[in-house]
Design a protein around this ligand. Sequence first.
Ligand SMILES: *Cc1c(COP(=O)(O)O)cnc(C)c1O
Length: 227
Amino acid sequence: MSGIAQRIADIRSTLPAGTELVAVSKFHPAESIAEAYDAGQRVFGESRVQELIAKRQALSGRDGIRWHFIGHLQTNKVRALVGQADLIESIDSERLLDAVDRESLRAGTISRVLLQVHVAAEETKFGFSPDELLGFFTRRDFERLKAVHICGLMGMATNTDDWTRVADDFRLVAALRDRILTIAPDLRGFDTLSMGMSDDYPLAIAAGSTMVRVGTAIFGQRDYHKP
Ligand SMILES: *Cc1c(COP(=O)(O)O)cnc(C)c1O
């Protein structure tokens, strides 16, 4: 078994049944993705639009392969991404949500998305604040969307080895999902909680994550200097 296959098997053995493992392949070459695919991995996460499109193209012969966009999405890249990503996990503003809706309608497709919540201590992280999200669902702003399906929430914990803080962040995102479902009980298919990365996915799972995004623990360190 290759190193990648072994690491995927090890991670899978710790995940509850039904948890989706997204292999975050950003900055790793198509050959590594192919290796993961051959080990049975089907869902891959990319954080740059051009990189996702290029890899999707390069690996298009592989049945059932799916691509999640997980990076900060600029409005001017939305048109290129729509129709290419099976799930856009990182919708971080209403403006971006509306842009994805507009472009999806134009392209005649339905985009599946997650709303990114900002719960971490770092100011640099993107996302809706918990209050913005609650306001959005209380006002039922989602009803104006014509070509977007909101499938749930994505969250990142504070970048710290204070694991109590990390667990608190994850529990906050899970609690938000529950509150949203009481505010709008008629929401359909709002069930995905994408939380947890290489260093913290066990804590995310304990808090109720249904989707983990794991890069380094599968593919090794990223080399940001390579194209
Ligand atoms: C890069 C990235 C990951 C993967 O991080 P690792 O620490 O390599 O597992 C997960 N989620 C998002 C949003 C990322 O940008």
